[in-house]
Each structure stands twice: as structure tokens, then as C-alpha cells.
Design a protein around this ligand. Sequence first.
Ligand SMILES: [Ca+2]
Ligand SMILES: [Ca+2]
Ligand SMILES: [Ca+2]
Ligand SMILES: [Ca+2]
Length: 528
Amino acid sequence: MFTIPRSQASLQSEPSLHGLVESPFKSRSRFNEARHALRLRGRSGEPAVGISSEFYGTPSGDELSGSKSYAFGRALRSVRGTISRSVLRAGQSVKGALSKTDGQDLNLASYADDYVLRSVRPGQRVEINLKGKFDGYLQLLNARTGRELLYGDDTSNLNPRMVFTAQKGMKYAIRVSSARPNKTGKYTLRSKAVTPSNTGFDFFYGYGLVDAAAAVSQAIGQPRFANAAPIGGDNWSLDLVNAPAVWAKGFTGQGVTVAVIDSGVDYNHPDLFGNIWNNSREIPNNGIDDDGNGYIDDRLGWNFVNHTNQPADDAIDGHGTHVAGIIAGQVGSGKLGVAHGAKIMPLKVLDARGAVNDDAVIARAVRYAVDNGARVINLSLGGDPGSGVAPELEAAMSFARDSGAVVVMASGNERQRLGALKPGDPAFFGAVRNLGISVGAIGANRRMYIDSNPSGNTPHRFVVAPGIQVRSTLPGAIYDRYDGTSMATPHVAGVVALMLSANPNLTPTQVEEILISTADRQGLTLAP
Ligand SMILES: [Ca+2]
Ligand SMILES: [Ca+2]
Ligand SMILES: [Ca+2]
Ligand SMILES: [Ca+2]
């Protein structure tokens, strides 16, 4: 069912679901992401120093000998010897071999071959994949500077992939190496065009960027609300989804409860405590299940990990607290939640490591949310693409839809680590069955987050929302900026709360169809 947990592939072999945040320590820049990839393979990731860059100017004797356009810069200071260079044309496959006569990429402690990619058109979506007799590792490089643009490191099936959109004026090179030191062996490297979509559904961005002003106005049958003046600063993500235009009409999520099924929530955080759901039908601390919902003294939600009525957030990264602040935080952080008039129902299913091993636990939390009045369910968690969904969870998601609750799910962060070509589950599984909506992450520049799983070639309910350097609440009355589809998802959950505060009669299907039909494809910068 579930395969390798997200972002801790080598640290933990136990199958589990993971929260989809990427720790700020490894995702603040591409450089850090590359170091992370190296660390996953058990190496220090320290760049080799003291190796002269003069080697790299040395012609290799093949077609590109003496080519000045292939003068790599500082990124190649960690290369020893001369990496042989060939040409790969779009739509072709080539056979090659890593051998002891090849130059070495010292960061990877691997022999390496480089290919200049030719015949790609600007705007074309290109998939590169590698099948080798060794555990292969791919890098997409700027052929002029040597800078790494993207990597592909399939840690599950050992056939790495990269998908990207060719940019105008850019020359690309592809480096083939091994994820394990000093391996040799034959390989096949392929380049193929990704099937273009003619359905209005984009391979990376699905139906586009969620637009609160358009979605809420359509929810009440009014002309699109005028955009508000940007707030700026840490509120850029609210500006990007046009939330202020909706607040100006008096809709802030009031009367709507959003379940955060996650690592728990710091419900004492000064920016959150005023917006925590309260089960008024339950008399606290009398040891009796007064409302007969099956949970004793559940005033604030439930802890499905420890089976207590205290769904506090004990995760080391404060994942659930960060998610809750994006939905309904108050202004202490310098930034409001998308739906700061909504209530948060904290339901803890992820343990302190951010993992859960059983879909049935998530299913119980989904049912609790629906039974106790949540109209929106945020799932910033999941497994790898293709991991599937257990019958209990599928049934709980169907129950949510049939009961009027919208399930919003993170698409996952496996684009580089696994070469993901579609969202993970339950996002993909649920969205293709119309049981919810899947969310990918973009930055302030509207470019897709480098690790965000793309929507893929199968049209399904998929939108994108801000998920890079999003500032929000953390346990202990503090704040920080996080990256990941976990951060994009609560933006959409917040927009759904705004829609339902404007029109509580909408069904989940109506909400999701409005979200995708009003999503904005304009100005989305092509990845990477
Ligand atoms: Ca070779
Ligand atoms: Ca690999
Ligand atoms: Ca109860
Ligand atoms: Ca009670």
C-alpha cells in the first residue's frame, strides 16, 4: 500500500504516511536540496575543494571537442578528470556505460557521462529517463554554467526520471552518474516528449492557480469581485490567491469548521486559540461521552495516535500547527489565515516523527470530522505516487463527500526524489474518483516548487496554490517559513471555507467544480 516515507527515505524503512512539509533545513535553496539528496545516500555532501577547474575546459575528443558553449563554471569544480560528452536529441535513446576511464563527479563519488540535449523546442515538456545496470542518478544542468537545475534520484525503482519544460534561450546538459560510489556498468538514456494535453489540463499546473475572488463570487452567483490592493510582505500568498478581495465582501470563513488531520495543533498558540473548534455538546473532564459520539471528553478534537482528548502538536517540525495557521491564523504573525473567521478542528493522526502507518487511522479521523460538523478536511499528508488507498479510507472519503464535506489533499513532494509524474495518494486516488481535490505548490513567482508532484497527464481535480517560503505559526508562539505541498493545501482549504461561508448550500462537487473552473492559468511560469 504505502511505500517509502517522504523525505526520510534512507532514515526509515518502515512503510508509512508522512506529512508533506520539507524541513526548512534542506529546502531553502536548490543547493540545500542537492545536499539533501547526497545525504540520503549516506555521504557528507560536502563539495570537493581544491580540484582545479582547468580540467573542465579540456576537450574530450568527441563531437563537442573545443566547443566554447560547453564551458562549465563553478559547479564543475568538483569534477576530477574529463567527463566524456555526447549528444542526446529529443525523442532519442542512447546506450552508454560508466567505466573507470570516465571522469568523476566527486560530489557523488561516481563516474559520470554528460550529454548535451539538442533539438528541444521552447515550451516542450521533456522527460529524461535512465535505465542502468547500477543505481542511476540524473542531473539536468545549465550547459553554459554547469549549474544544477533539477535532479532525478529514484530511490524505489532505481530508474530515475526528470520532467521539465524547455525554456527559451537555455542550453541543457544531462549528467548520468550512479547513486553509489565508483559503480560501473551499461545504461540506456532516453529523451521523450511528454504527451501534450489538449483538455485545458496542464501537465504541471492542472487547472491552474486557485482564485478566491473568482471562486467565492461564483459561489453566490455574482460578478467576479474586484481585486483588492496587495497587502505585500508575508501576505504575498494571500494576495496570490486573491483572499483580500473576498474579505472585503465580508466573507472570512465564519461559521465553517475546517478539520486539520495532521500532527496535531498547538491550540494555545496566541494566533490560533481564538479559532479552535469547541465541542459545546461535550462536558469536559467528567469522564463521560456526553454527546455520544464515541469519544470521551473531546472538547477540542481528538488525538488518534495516543487515544486522548489532547490533539496537541508534538511533531519536531510543528507541521500541523503550521498548516492550521495558514487556514485560520490571527494577525500576530504579521499575516492572517486565508479564512481567519473559520474554526480549526485539530485531529492528530501523525506521530512525533510525522508518520502514520495505517490508512484506517486517517479514515477514523475523516469520519470524526464529518460526524462533528467539519465542512472542510485538510490532508497535508500522503504516500508516494501509486501507493494506493486502503478501502477504509476510500469509504471514509466517500462518506465525507456524501455528507457535504470537501476533502483537500496535498499532491506530494516527490518530483525529484522519485521522478513523480503524478500526485501521490490519497491525492491522486481521491481526486480522479471525485472524492476531493489535489493541490500542487508554486512560489511567489508562480513557478512550480521544484519538488511538487505535477498534475500529470490524467485530467483530475488538481489546482496549485502558494507553497514556497510560506510564513505561519509553530508550537510555542513562534513562526517560520516552510516549503511544500503541505503549505499549498491549506490555502485551498481556506478558500473552500470562504466559499462555504458565502454559500453554505454548496455540495462538495459544486465547490470543486467552481474551484477548477475559476482557477487561473495566466502567468504560471513553466517548470523548472
Ligand atoms: Ca562513459
Ligand atoms: Ca537512484
Ligand atoms: Ca464525545
Ligand atoms: Ca464529557
